[in-house]
Design a protein around this ligand. Structure first.
Ligand code: FMN
Length: 170
């Protein structure tokens, strides 16, 4: 399909969300949709992208700063393209099982989705490595280290987006 690529932009501090963005872009490409994962703070323009998936890690109940800034900076262009949002945070399996609205930070993502007229938004579990540096991450890692990113669910979510885009771009 000769179509502008889908941008998967991310805000990530320790790489876990960046990796999710990479999995999403890979899943889209495996469905024959061109896609690029890029750090949200490195994106200069949306002119050459047909759709945007924007994700960010959750820190202290907030969506990563780069995701928030991106959503404000490109608000007008985002409203004219298909957009999906995601966040990655909980260091347990709550993102996979409970009402996402109860996860600290989820509300901010839902509000951004409303503001941008997004087609959808979701939450994924997060990852904190046992050797995380800096306070309070190192202290949290003593009790909460682990990888709670459900790759299967992430890829299924991306496949749903691929199906919508394929239908639309036909
Ligand atoms: C200091 C700190 C605060 C965090 N606050 C939240 C939070 O409010 N809500 C949440 O769901 N996850 C929270 N997390 C978990 C992170 O969102 C999770 O580790 C995520 O995968 C980090 O993504 P990154 O590797 O892309 O930076 C926090 C983690 C740390 C270290």
């Amino acid at each position: 399909m000769s179509q502008d690529p889908v941008l998967v932009a991310y805000g990530s501090k320790r790489g876990g969300t960046a990796e999710i963005a990479g999995w999403i872009a890979e899943a889209l490409r495996s469905e024959h949709i061109a896609a690029e994962a890029r750090s949200a703070d490195h994106v200069q323009s949306l002119d050459n992208y047909c759709a945007v998936i924007l994700g960010g890690a959750l820190y202290a109940g907030r969506w990563h700063r780069d995701a928030r800034r991106f959503s404000r900076r490109f608000a007008a262009q985002l409203r004219t393209r298909p957009v999906w949002l995601f966040a990655s945070g909980p260091l347990d399996d709550s993102a996979d099982r409970s009402d996402p609205g109860k996860i600290p930070g989820a509300n901010a993502v839902r509000k951004a989705a409303d503001r941008l007229d997004a087609r959808g938004y979701t939450l994924f579990g997060g990852r904190l490595t046992p050797d995380a540096r800096g306070f309070p991450a190192s202290a949290m890692a003593k009790t909460h280290a682990g990888d709670f990113r459900n790759r299967e669910r992430i890829i299924a979510w991306a496949s749903g987006i691929a199906a919508e885009l394929t239908y639309q771009l036909r």
